[in-house]
Write a protein that binds this ligand. Structure first.
Ligand code: BJ8
Length: 422
């Protein structure tokens, strides 16, 4: 990484603490990622993005802001990127996936809570996340209780807007979500000084649709018998989708897809024949949470798909591009977003249908149900999912794990036993 100390200083970061964070990442990344054999050439771009994780993109944000542009931070796939880009703003995902930030999070949050929330809040409080330091507005949502209450704490540090996401999917809930989208539109227009016109929103929808479509193309390559790419690598790409420049990201993923499609045609794979194919479902994995994928892929399995928000929930279903009026466009956005099956909804049968559909589409042999500790919605939903999978004859194992590596040995043993049974 280049020398970005002046930039970090200008963002009021805690440089000493930040040095400690930067010191651990290269080795961690090297062990998990660079140790893989036969990786596609196209992964070089994503290696580069990680090597510059607190550098180049942060500089791009700073330049954008210098020219009067705004940066919005979010924590959930329900926050509509299409509107953010339509207002010539930049959106970045801010969910924390590192243990490093937990102690700072615990300064203001109870210990018995989801590590994603603790790490996200800790990232802000510690002054070690340059993305957090670059945002002009945080956009929260009313999903789980932990997040809702965390916004009340975060608004003491940075301006906050909360979108009221309904928890059911009836007609009145759609109307309510449309109202929220209109309010969000007003909020961004006021913040940026840019009006979101029909033309601009149409362009925003198109740009984000392209990004989602290329991710679907990438995922399609994982349906092949010979997997041309590891699950770990795909997880990394999806995580990077949350903060990279959308156009550049789309182009780089498309390049990689060409290479992967060529590998499929030539029968080149990265796993031994007969490796059990695993569908992962559950809570999202924020960067650098690569723990579960790493454990699966070093215990004799291969991840073929993720029914998570750092997986299919992020890119499946595009926004209709036919609508000409703002009303139609907002309806199209509401339709797409309320098609996401997060466990915060009740009932949430759509998620069970998705898991079974994806299991078949990606020709999986088993399901790993992943939940972060203290995530009540996903942990509780396991019962219904398990009943449905049992009925369909689909093997499933539940893994609850936080960001620390303390339980790695025990989880590996359980996974190995599960894979042997498949
Ligand atoms: S749409 S999954 S990104 S809310 S893991 S913080 S739910 S206690 S992240 Fe999520 Fe949006 Fe839903 Fe997706 Fe709470 Fe659970 Fe923690 Fe979670």
């Amino acid at each position: 990484m280049g020398d970005y100390r002046d930039l970090w200083q200008s963002l009021d970061m805690d440089l000493e603490k930040h040095d400690q964070l930067c010191a651990v990442l290269p080795e961690f990344y090297g062990d998990i990622y660079l140790s893989q054999e036969n990786r596609p050439e196209g992964m070089n771009y994503f290696n580069f993005v990680i090597s510059e994780i607190h550098g180049l993109r942060v500089q791009e944000l700073a330049e954008h802001r210098k020219q009067g542009g705004k940066v919005l931070g979010s924590f959930c796939v329900f926050v509509p990127d299409e509107m953010i880009v339509a207002a010539d703003a930049i959106g970045v995902g801010l969910c924390g996936g590192s243990d490093f930030w937990i102690p700072d999070g615990e300064r203001v949050l109870p210990r018995n809570m989801c590590p994603l929330i603790k790490a996200s809040v800790g990232a802000k409080l510690s002054g070690t996340c340059p993305y957090f330091q670059s945002v002009d507005l945080l956009v929260g949502e009313t999903t789980c209780d932990g997040k809702k209450k965390a916004w009340e704490i975060l608004e003491g540090y940075v301006p906050m807007h909360v979108m009221d996401l309904p928890q059911m999917k009836r007609k009145k809930d759609y109307l309510h979500w449309m109202d929220e989208l209109w309010l969000f539109k007003e909020k961004i227009e006021k913040l940026t000084g840019n009006e979101i016109t029909e033309e601009k929103l149409a362009k925003g929808i198109q740009r984000i649709n392209q990004k989602r479509a290329v991710l679907q193309r990438l995922y399609n390559t994982r349906k092949a018998e010979n997997l041309p790419i590891s699950g770990k690598d795909v997880l990394l790409i999806t995580q990077i989708a949350f903060y990279d420049d959308p156009e550049r990201f789309t182009a780089k993923v498309a390049e990689l897809c060409e290479e992967l499609e060529d590998r499929i045609a030539k029968g080149i794979g990265v796993f031994k024949e007969g490796t059990p194919r695993i569908l992962v479902t559950g809570t999202p994995m924020a960067i650098p949470n690569w723990k579960l994928h790493h454990m699966i892929e070093t215990s004799g399995g291969a991840v073929v798909c993720e029914e998570t928000c750092t997986g299919t929930r992020y890119f499946e279903n595009l926004v209709k591009e036919e609508g000409n009026t703002l009303e139609e466009q907002i309806r199209g956005l509401a339709d797409r977003y309320l098609g996401i099956n997060c466990a915060c909804f009740t009932p949430n049968k759509g998620r069970i249908d998705d898991i079974i559909r994806l299991y078949k589409e990606y020709r999986a042999d088993g399901v790993v149900y992943y939940s972060l500790p203290f995530c009540h919605t996903y942990a509780l939903e396991y019962k219904k999912v398990k009943e449905a999978l049992d009925q369909a004859g689909i093997p499933v194992i539940m893994v609850e794990s936080d960001y620390s590596l303390q339980d790695a040995g025990q989880i590996k043993t359980r996974l190995e036993a599960f894979f042997e049974m498949l």
